[in-house]
Design a protein around this ligand. Structure first.
Ligand SMILES: NC(=O)c1ccc[n+]([C@@H]2O[C@H](COP(=O)([O-])OP(=O)(O)OC[C@H]3O[C@@H](n4cnc5c(N)ncnc54)[C@H](OP(=O)(O)O)[C@@H]3O)[C@@H](O)[C@H]2O)c1
Length: 340
């Protein structure tokens, strides 16, 4: 718990590079206290209320993650999305302002006020609703795949942070049918009953290719892939002519290792169907942020979308083990740790 009079701030830091996927991320994380910095002109101090956890954080713990974002330095606290409240200000944000920022994994963050973005609390049911992966989901589904009216869409990893929003975005844009894959019957039920997917596939049970043939006999027009591996290969076989594949991630390789990130491409089928295979990286440009921002609050208010999320209690100390549990598939949707 953050104490306004304390001389120290609690934070989670990286104790060493993660060398392989066999060892859980929490093995390389520890909580410590660091001196609380004095506030400089222009700076604010923020009590962090919620921290966002995402699968990519585990990749960023390795020395060379090969991603379009900086790896976590050893000996430093991790960075990541957080929501907090300004508690002290020598800058342009008044105490009490609810803000979003990227200096998570600590109970309190200080810095120039320009690093902290006011949360539009008036259009959201709760501040933690901003800790979602909608920017990526929207970019991939709306702009890369251009999913819309009449499309038959398949989302892999559909109960995860990105996938759970990607499927709902396709529905909100008028897709005819949205199919999602997930790793348990409970998650498949969640997709259909709570997120409005038309059908779900438990990829651990039977062949995804056969289930897709049953559920989409005319083929899929859009594939939003967060998994790679055999699900990508199945989607090529299930694709309709000119289908668009938005490649977002390769969870099967990122989490389990192996060849998940190196699916085999049936080139002749891809040529005959003239597939458009479109890998993308969402860099959170101001345009990408604005595009999602223009839809999220409105779709929530109109009931076209829910914020799929799991809240973890237990404060900062619970965060390392929660990252392990995220990779093990124990949560649904976007994962948020309540810090206070
Ligand atoms: N391109 C971009 O700009 C961009 C931006 C952000 C994120 N990403 C990527 O998007 C993907 C999703 O990220 P996220 O944070 O939303 O992660 P996430 O889906 O929440 O990741 C956790 C889920 O991965 C699934 N999983 C674990 N092992 C699996 C396996 N072997 N095969 C299939 N699924 C497995 C589990 O679900 P089940 O229980 O259903 O198996 C688990 O719940 C990641 O690959 C991430 O790197 C890309």
């Amino acid at each position: 718990m953050s104490n306004p009079h304390a001389a120290a701030v609690r934070e989670v830091f990286l104790t060493g590079h993660r060398t392989g996927r066999a060892v859980a991320p929490s093995h390389f994380l520890a909580v410590r206290e660091s001196p609380r910095p004095a506030l400089q002109p222009g700076q604010v101090r923020v009590r962090n209320d919620f921290l966002q956890l995402t699968a990519v954080m585990a990749d960023l713990m390795s020395e060379k993650p090969g991603l379009p974002m900086p790896a976590y330095p050893v000996g430093e606290p991790l960075w990541g999305g957080a929501v907090g409240t300004v508690v002290e200000s020598a800058g342009r944000l008044a105490p009490g302002t609810v803000v979003q920022h990227m200096n998570g994994w600590r109970e309190e963050s200080s810095g120039d006020a320009s690093l902290f973005y006011p949360v539009p609390v008036e259009v959201l049911p709760a501040p933690e609703y901003v800790l979602n992966q909608g920017v990526t989901a929207y970019h991939g589904m709306a702009e890369v795949a251009a999913a819309g009216e009449g499309d038959v869409v398949f989302v892999s990893g559909a109960a995860g942070g990105v996938g759970s929003l990607a499927g709902q975005i396709a529905k909100a844009r008028g897709a005819r049918k949205v199919i999602g894959s997930a790793g348990s019957p409970e998650k498949v039920k969640y997709l259909v009953e709570e997120l409005g997917f038309d059908a779900g596939i438990n990829y651990r049970e039977g062949l995804v290719r056969e289930r897709l043939a049953e559920l989409a006999p005319g083929g899929i027009n859009v594939f939003f892939d967060t998994v790679g591996g055999s699900q990508f290969e199945a989607a090529v076989q299930a694709a309709a002519q000119h289908a668009r594949f938005a490649l977002c991630g390769a969870l099967a390789g990122q989490i389990d290792g192996g060849t998940g990130g190196f699916p085999r491409l049936d080139i002749m089928t891809a040529i005959v169907k003239q597939l458009r295979i479109l890998p993308f990286a969402t860099l959170h440009t101001s345009e990408q942020l604005a595009a999602w921002g223009a839809h999220y609050g409105r779709w929530l208010a109109e009931g076209k979308l829910v914020f799929p999320h799991t809240i973890i209690d237990g404060g900062l100390d619970a965060a390392p083990a929660a990252l392990d549990a995220l990779l093990e598939g124990r949560y649904r949707g976007n994962v948020v740790v309540r810090l206070h």
